[in-house]
Every structure is written in structure tokens, then in C-alpha cells.
Design a protein around this ligand. Structure first.
Ligand SMILES: Cc1cc2nc3c(=O)[nH]c(=O)nc-3n(C[C@H](O)[C@H](O)[C@H](O)COP(=O)(O)OP(=O)(O)OC[C@H]3O[C@@H](n4cnc5c(N)ncnc54)[C@H](O)[C@@H]3O)c2cc1C
Length: 266
């Protein structure tokens, strides 16, 4: 169903698993240039059908209402008319089952504003950058790396990505390519439920931080004056990593108080 409020078209949909996808959207009009790490809202009418593998729920949404949710932008910041999003399906949710039902050419609503304080390119030039994510919390880092890796070769950059299974590691090939291309870039995927074929890290992100992974494998110090740390994704992981970093005197960055710990919870 077309609505006059729809202002964009789906131009790419890659299903990594039945509940995890990369969605590419072309907006009818360009958006203002944004900063890597920021997000925008996307939305669909409540009358749009839900995906076949979602959980049927009783919904009390007014007809004609657009269901809107924020999503971090994964594409580079110079792409102001083609946006990429990394989305996981909440089977009982309102919007994601409808997003997972979209196909190429489907129309969709995308906010004209791009906002958010989680801006990776504002890190002081002399500091290393550690990017920690669970699941789709990786999206802002993909935007940052696609936008700025070339001009950030003077400092160390590390991504720690926690997921359940190997197939949940979206962008694995892209990040592995970057790891072999830039000797200042480190990629540490870690899995909770990997089988014996997986030769990489296992377990929770917090355990690796406690075991000094960053210092041992990348020579990166956990020191708020030397390393800015970004944490994005699951609120429980965000809380436990933030608590761990408190002992190193990390202060959470806010609008009014600058800090070396940057947090975005999904
Ligand atoms: C700044 C910001 C950026 C975000 N960026 C992304 C992104 O890049 N990719 C992405 O997939 N999501 C992202 N989210 C989450 C997104 O906005 C929605 O909350 C999510 O997609 C669920 O929407 P829904 O309408 O399907 O579920 P809703 O109907 O809104 O929620 C149903 C329930 O599911 C819970 N829930 C929300 N997310 C999850 C989850 N991942 N797993 C399990 N339960 C969940 C909610 O707490 C709620 O109780 C972001 C959120 C914020 C605040």
C-alpha cells in the first residue's frame, strides 16, 4: 500500500539469517550530511503485513499510523541518499516483522533528520579507538570505518563484536578484509555458541577485556587519556562493560560532560 508519507524505496535486502538482515534504502530526496555513528528513524504503516516467521500478536495500533523506530546508519557518511541498516528481527515486535517482510521496490518512510551523540569521528586525534558491539550494535562502526578508516591510519582502531553463532557475525568478510589491509586495525569477533570449527575467540566481551585482550593482542591501553571506547548494543553488555571501565576512571560522554566512554543502548 502506498501512502503519501512514504518517501523512500528498498533497493537491497540481504538476509544473513531468517532474523538478521542488511537493508538498503534509497531516499527520494537526499538527507543532510551526517556523522558516522548517528541514527535516523524508519517506519512502515501498521497495515503492512508481518513476516511469516514472526510471532502473531494482538496489536492495538490505529489504522493509518506509521510505526517508527530508530536505526543506526551503517553506510558511509558521504552517502546521503543511499542508506544501509543492519537489523535484527524482534519476532514479537511491531516494526521489525514488517521490515523483514519487505522486498526490493517496497516503499518505506525514512525520517528527514539524522541525529545522535554517538559520533566516532569526534575522538581526539591522538587517542586510539575501541569499538565494542553485540549484534546489530556493530552498525555505527561500519559507518565510521567506511567513512574514515583512510584518514585514521595514525592510531589504532579495534572492533570487538560479540554474537551467538558464526552466522550472526554480519560484516565478517568486510572487517576481515580491513584487518588484513590496515595494520592499525584489529578485529576481534567472539562467539558464545560456536562449534569446534570456530578457531576464533569464544565467550563474553567482558571476559576478554578482563583478560587484557586489547593490550596483549593490539597494544591498546585501557586508559581514558589514551583510548576512547565506544559501546553499542545489548543493555546488559553495555552495563557490564561500563562497570568494568569505571575502575580505569572512564567517564561516560554526555552533551554537557565530555568523557572517553561513549554509549549507545538498543
Ligand atoms: C539509537 C538507537 C539505534 C538503534 N539502532 C538499531 C540498529 O541499528 N539495528 C537494530 O536491529 N535495532 C536498532 N535499534 C532498536 C530499534 O529501534 C527497535 O527497538 C527494534 O528494532 C525493535 O523494534 P520493534 O518495533 O520490532 O519492537 P517493539 O515493538 O518496539 O519492541 C518489542 C520489545 O522487544 C524489545 N527489543 C527491542 N530490541 C530488541 C532486540 N534486539 N532483541 C530482543 N528484544 C528487543 C523491546 O525492549 C520491547 O520490549 C536502535 C535503537 C536505538 C534507541
Amino acid at each position: 500500500m502506498e501512502t503519501s508519507e512514504y518517501n523512500s524505496t528498498v533497493v537491497g535486502k540481504i538476509l544473513l539469517t531468517p532474523d538478521l538482515m542488511i537493508l538498503r534504502i534509497h531516499t527520494d530526496e537526499p538527507r543532510p550530511k551526517f556523522e558516522a555513528g548517528q541514527f535516523t528513524q524508519i517506519g512502515l504503516l501498521s497495515s503492512e503485513p508481518r513476516s511469516a516467521n514472526s510471532v502473531p500478536i494482538r496489536e492495538d495500533i490505529a489504522p493509518g499510523k506509521i510505526i517508527k523506530r530508530p536505526y543506526s546508519i551503517a553506510s558511509a557518511n558521504h552517502e546521503t541518499q543511499n542508506f544501509e541498516f543492519y537489523i535484527s528481527q524482534v519476532k514479537s515486535g511491531q516494526l521489525t516483522p514488517r521490515l523483514f517482510n519487505l522486498s526490493l521496490g517496497s516503499r518505506i518512510w525514512v525520517d528527514t533528520r539524522i541525529i545522535g551523540l554517538f559520533k566516532l569521528n569526534e575522538t581526539p586525534k591522538e587517542c586510539d579507538i575501541v569499538m565494542i558491539a553485540t549484534g546489530t550494535g556493530l552498525a555505527p562502526y561500519i559507518s565510521f570505518l567506511r567513512s574514515h578508516i583512510l584518514e585514521n591510519q595514525h592510531r589504532k582502531l579495534a572492533v570487538i563484536h560479540g554474537a551467538s553463532y558464526p552466522w550472526d557475525l554480519g560484516y565478517f568478510s568486510e572487517l576481515t578484509f580491513l584487518k588484513f589491509t590496515f595494520n592499525n586495525f584489529y578485529y576481534f569477533p567472539t562467539l558464545i555458541h560456536a562449534d569446534k570449527e570456530w578457531t576464533g575467540l569464544r565467550g563474553y566481551i567482558e571476559e576478554h577485556l578482563q583478560n587484557d585482550l586489547l593490550q596483549k593482542e593490539a597494544g591498546i591501553e585501557i586508559d581514558p587519556n589514551k583510548t576512547h571506547i565506544y559501546v553499542c548494543g545489548n543493555p546488559k553488555m553495555v552495563e557490564s562493560v561500563s562497570n568494568f571501565l569505571k575502575q580505569f576512571n572512564y567517564i561516560r560522554h554526555t552533551k554537557t560532560r565530555p568523557g572517553s566512554l561513549h554509549v549507545e543502548e538498543y
